[in-house]
Every structure is written in C-alpha cells, then in structure tokens.
Design a protein around this ligand. Structure first.
Ligand code: F6P
Length: 561
C-alpha cells in the first residue's frame, strides 16, 4: 500500500508497526523546515557566534565517550527543533524500534536488520522466527575466541608444524573494508608478532603484493564472504589455495591454512574448507554492518577476544544511546538530521570525513560503503520516487594530509562541503610535540572554515590592493567536531555505531531501504557476459563504445612488442 499525506503505511511486513507517511517532503513539518531555511540560509556563522557567546557550549551533545560540537553549523536551536519534528513525522523512532525488535525492515529482501544483536550482551534476548539470535551470536563469538586464542598462542600451527605468523583476509566490500579499517585503527592493541594483510581486488597484483614476502607454511587465509559466491573473493581464494599448495603439496594442508567466514555452508564445503573451520553469521547482518560479526575474525586474531569484546561493548553503548536518547540530544540522530539539513535544504552533495588520526586512515573508505551503499537509493520503501536528494558522496582522508591537497577547495571553492572533523585527544604513540601540533591543526581548520578572513582583515595585514580578493576567505563553511579521549577498542566501537545509526536516521527520513544494494547487480551481470567475449572472436552485441573497447583491449593484451 502506498500512503500519502497523513495516511498510514506498512513498512516491514505483518509483524510490523506502522509509520505515519511515505514521503516526509509532503508534510507540514517539512514545509515548516523549508520556511525556516529561507530565514537562516544567508546568515553567517560569524553572526551566529557574535549574537550568542554561549553557542560553542550550548550546541553540543555527548554520548558515552564521544562529544559532538555542532555549533559551527549554519543553524540555530530552532533548526534542531524543526528537524526533530521532521524526524518524528517520518517515524524515525518507530523504525528504529522496529529494527531493535527484529522486524523485517529490509523490505526488498524480507529480512530483519540486526547488527545491533552482534554486540548485545550475553544475557539479552532478541527473538527472530522463534530463535534467540543473541545466544547464536555468542555461540559464534565463543568459537572465534577459542580459535583466535589457539592461533595467537601458537597452539594452532600450519601443516608443517610451524607457528602462524601472517593472517591474510580475502574478501571485498563489507567483507574487507570493515576488518581492514578496524585492524588499522586498533593496530596499537594488536599482536605484533603476526602480520595482517587484506586482499580484495580481482587485480592479481593485489594478491601478489600481499603475499610476496609471506611463507605458505606460516600463512593463514581467512576467506570472508557472506555469500561465498562473490567473483573477486572466490577468484582470490582459488589463487591462494594454489599458492599454498605449490609449496605444501598436500590437499590436507588446506584445513590448516584456510578458514571461512560465511552464511553459505554448502559453498564453503565445496571449496574444500573443513566446516569445523567455518564461522557463520546470518542473513540479517548486512555486509557493510558486519565487521563486528565473524567477518571481524582477522581483527580478533590481531587484538584478541577480550579487546574485541571491549569493542563490542562500545558499539552496544552507542546502540543504547541511539535507542533511548531524545532526538534533540541523540548523537546519531543529530548528525543524521544535520546531514538532511545540508543535503535537502542547502543542496550540498558531499560529506567530508576528516579523522585527525593516522590509525583512522581507512575510516573514510569504510564510511563510503556504509553510507553510499546504504543510502544511494532513489525510490521509497514502497517503490515511489523519493522526491528529494538522498545519501551524500562521502570522501576524505586522515588529517593533516588533506590540508595540503584538497582543503583549498573547501575553503575557497564554490561548493558547500559540510565536514566531520574527528579528534582523538590522547595519542596512542606519544612522540615529542606531534600530538599538540596535530590537534592545533585540527582545531584551526573548523575555525578557519567557519569564520574565514574578511577583506578588512586582509587589508589590515598590509596586502597590496590587487592581491586582496584572492586572500579573502568567505567562511561560513560548516563542520562538526567529534572529540574522543583516546582511540581504544571501546571508543572505536562507539564511533562506528555512531555512523551506522546516523546512516539509519537519514534512510528513515527519506523512507528508503538502507539495507539492500540492488544497484551493484547490473555491473556484475554485464561483467559475466563480457568475460567469455574477451577470449573469443564472438560477435559483439554491446553499444558501439563497449564493442570498440573490447576489440581494442584484445589487441593490446595480445600484442607482443
Ligand atoms: O557487491 C556488493 C556487495 O554485495 C556488498 O554489499 C558486500 O559487502 C560485498 O559485495 C561482498 O559480498 P560477500 O561478503 O557476499 O562476498
């Protein structure tokens, strides 16, 4: 059923509650927000701050160890109230509660969305189809912990009896980006006697470079794939088996050097991996929400089960905040609503994520999948055109590096680019005055972006008249600053859950399904059609551009100069 205006629409199957409307853009709450936007859109952050000396203290919120300063946004307290009304009208809280209950809110795949169960405490209960999934989660976590302990202690050896000293995770998308990002983020907590490598690309150079200095006798491969059918992963896994057996020369070695993480036991067995060495998860875990499941086995091997548990507790703390805090002080909801404000009112198209922590270098890439695969949608849950801009383009890299590359465009270009600055107060690796210099840079950027530098200030610097305009900074560029005391497994879990629930909030407002990804399928199908055509003289039936490129590729590949 498709509802309009204030009608009632079902959103997750018979077991679900109902939501107030399908397109929030049609609501009186949205109209009120747009009217307010017309009033504030031309106001400058300089004015907001000079009118209200308390602003920097007031427009802030805290959840657990995370502090959010959203005062450098082009909004007022009234804006937050109006955005919260929009969230209420869109039924964000109802959809959140439906997710926590295990209702099948992934409507196109008829699945529950229960990554929150992956970090629920052992004594919690979430029942799906009559099964307490929390008990299953802890069953797998216990098996992962036992396995990790055996590998870390040296009890689990390779086929020739040598200790494992290299872990290679083979996966792609959610089966790569999460564990890769987290293993880097928590490297300071890892067992340094092992090396951790990640192979994702079907480009053979990825596998070659990742393994070129490794020894098959001491290397353990984790084949991580929810479906266990993904072309890249299965191709790389096949090459890994060949690479191992070329030295070990015994099929029985596969059982000591390969483990699998998947929901597909049949395919794992067909590949030749002992089902005892398979760690399962469930169809209610989306790939991009999965590194706190068995997909994080490489991370657990690196940091150990106890610290992995600390990370899960951090995730859970943010889950509880998201589940219980009022919208106006709910960190993920605030960040989601501020994103809606810029995307749907100001027309901003991107979000820069700028962690000032080298350990968080892979966070922007991870968030690209989390956000863009979740909210890159253009129809509502009922299949109607969504009628407004949805998810942002997410990009960024660790500071301070970006300052010497693309910040110029944020400061003085023509685009409005909201940014998230992430600050870790205490360095994991103290080194001279590096940390203060790092944080001084972090603090300077949001200030410069917000307040800029006026003509008068430039002239007061004694700049020659014809040089003034190029040196003026308009300012009024918005940003959030997220401050955390230190980067530990616990604070890291909170940070990731914050972004997961921010993405959820925005998807709920747009009434899109954040938990499917049909948009990646067409390219995969076309690639399968092209593979045999690359090798043959078969008649090509694509468009003229694709046909010509295929012919040119065949010539270049086969040419021997
Ligand atoms: O192609 C997209 C995708 O399905 C992602 O959603 C997923 O994270 C990735 O591929 C890998 O899938 P799998 O874990 O099944 O190999």
């Amino acid at each position: 059923m498709v509802a309009t205006g204030g009608e009632v629409a079902s959103f997750g199957g018979a077991a679900c509650q109902t939501r107030p409307m399908t397109r929030v853009v049609d609501s009186s709450e949205w109209n009120a927000l747009v009217a307010h936007y017309d009033e504030v859109k031309d106001r400058h952050l300089r004015e907001f701050f000079s009118n209200d000396p308390q602003r920097g203290e007031d427009l802030t919120a805290t959840a657990g160890d995370l502090f959010l300063d959203y005062s450098k946004h082009r909004l007022t307290g009234a804006t937050i109230g109006l955005l919260a009304d929009v969230a209420r009208r869109a039924g964000v809280e109802e959809l959140r509660d439906a997710m926590f209950r295990g209702d099948p809110i992934n409507v196109t795949e008829h699945r529950s969305v229960l990554h929150i169960a992956l970090r629920a405490p052992r004594d919690a209960e979430i029942v799906v189809d009559g099964v307490n999934v929390v008990a299953e989660v802890h069953g797998v976590l216990d098996r992962m912990a036992a396995f990790s302990e055996r590998v870390r202690s040296g009890e689990w050896t390779g086929h020739t009896g040598k200790r494992i000293d290299a872990i290679v995770n083979i996966g792609i998308g959610g089966s790569d980006l999460g564990p890769r990002m987290a293993t880097t983020a928590l490297a300071a907590f890892s067992d340094r006697s092992m090396r951790y490598r990640f192979v994702s690309n079907i480009d053979g150079s990825d596998f070659r470079e990742a393994t070129q200095d490794l020894d098959p006798e001491t290397t353990l491969f984790i084949v991580a794939s929810k479906t266990f059918t993904t072309l890249e992963t299965m191709t790389n896994a096949g090459s890994a088996r060949e690479w191992s057996l070329a030295k070990l020369r015994d099929d029985a070695a596969v059982a000591r050097h390969f483990v699998a993480v998947s929901t597909n036991a049949d395919e794992v067995t067909k590949f030749g991996i002992d089902p005892d060495n398979m760690f399962g998860f469930w169809d209610w875990v989306g790939g991009r929400y999965s590194f706190d499941s068995a997909i994080g086995l490489s991370l657990m091997l690196a940091i150990g089960a106890d610290q992995f548990g600390d990370m899960l507790a951090g995730f859970h703390a943010m889950d509880e905040h998201f589940r219980t805090a009022p919208i106006e002080s709910n960190l993920p909801m605030l960040m989601g609503l501020i994103g809606v404000w810029y995307g749907n009112c100001f027309g901003a198209e991107t979000l820069a994520v700028l962690p000032y922590s080298q350990y968080l270098a892979h966070l922007p890439a991870y968030l690209q999948q989390l956000d863009m695969e979740s909210n890159g949608k253009s129809v509502t849950r009922e299949g109607e055109p969504v009628g407004m801009q949805t998810g942002p383009i997410v990009w960024g890299q660790a500071g301070t590096n970006g300052q010497h590359a693309y910040y110029q465009l944020i400061h003085q270009g023509t685009k409005l680019i909201p940014a998230d600055f992430i600050c870790v107060a205490r360095a994991a690796q103290p080194l001279g005055d590096h940390q203060d210099l790092l944080v001084a840079n972090l603090l300077a950027q949001p200030e410069a972006l917000a307040f800029g530098k006026t003509r008068e200030e430039v002239i007061a610097d004694g700049v020659e008249t014809d040089q003034v305009e190029a040196r003026v900074f308009a300012g009024n560029h918005p940003s959030s600053t997220i401050l955390m005391p230190e980067l530990t497994p616990h604070t890291f879990g909170q940070l990731i859950a914050l972004y997961e629930h921010k993405v959820f909030t925005q998807g709920a407002i747009w009434n899109i399904n954040s938990f499917d990804q049909w948009g990646v399928e067409l390219g995969k199908q076309l690639a399968q059609r092209i593979v045999p055509e690359l090798d043959s003289d078969a008649e090509l039936t694509h468009d003229s551009s694709t046909n010509a490129l295929i012919r040119r590729y065949r010539q270049l590949r086969d040419r021997r100069d």
